[in-house]
Design a protein around this ligand. Sequence first.
Ligand code: SAM
Ligand code: SF4
Length: 314
Amino acid sequence: MIDRYGRKIEYLRMSVTDRCNLRCIYCMKEGGVCKRCHSDILSIEELTDIARAAYALGVRKIRLTGGEPLVRKGILTLCKNIKAIDPMIELGMTTNGSLLKEYAGKLKESGVDRLNISLDTLNAETYHTITRRGNLSDVLDGVKAVQNAGFVRTKINTVLIGGVNENDILDMMRLAENDDLQVRFIELMPMDIVRGWDKSRFISVDVVEQHLHSAELIGYDGVARIYRPTGYKGTVGVISPLSRSFCDRCNKIRVTADGKLKPCLHSGEEIDLRGLSGEALTAAILQGVDSKPKCHRLGEYHTDTARNMNEIGG
Ligand code: SAM
Ligand code: SF4
């Protein structure tokens, strides 16, 4: 699938639930989500059908996200269903890591190839402040569990929040010093819940790159610019949606937990996939690709979506 701006679209991100066991301050309200009934959320069969239709159109990489994908009932069945479409599909999952101690081995057995674990700090108090209810030790145990289960090149995603975790950057980087991990720093995006936050909370990845001037620039991994600091086994990446947009390299489409295809994370446009199958589903996916905007306006602290990240999946 080639969009109107010549970008090859081969990556699908599917949000499998908008619910979560944490309440990160930049993602969800303290009270959580207004509970949608189960029938408002795509079933495992519907998610599988969308994955199959997207695969037939050329998608070769699928990432399951949420909300927290590991609280979704049937998640392991969904992983197996997707791998059954074609074992060559690269299947990834983005998770907060809190349940990985229990799930790492099961995810491996169910065909998941890659894991991205969200972790913004190594300070237990700051971690609790950011997630409102998480325990740092659960995530660190989870990171060990995925390594023991045989996952390689696991990514750690760290959202930069001015005045909250900007002093933790070096500690976070060091996670990649002796381990095959890629620690990636991501600029905070102005979704609805953080719209009113002071501009000082939005810090550029420049603050990370200041620590990387003697590191080797390896190149790009998707939208992340990747460095290997001297002597490091793993790598450090930066993702800069605000300060240096990468829309010209965007190869993704997204599906929300309630079945809307989003051509861009930050566009207001949504195409309803629910109830569609066969040619109608294929046509709706192609319509989404065709309406991918050239770029977003995050540089102006503006997003056109009214959704928070837990509904889209990042
Ligand atoms: N619950 C899983 C997790 O936390 O990894 C998956 C869903 S979460 C919405 C996906 C990613 O979005 C996480 O890495 C999270 O840190 C990021 N995220 C959420 N809100 C964000 C925001 N306002 N700006 C930047 N990243 C955000
Ligand atoms: Fe949950 Fe992930 Fe959002 Fe945190 S970022 S509240 S873990 S969905």
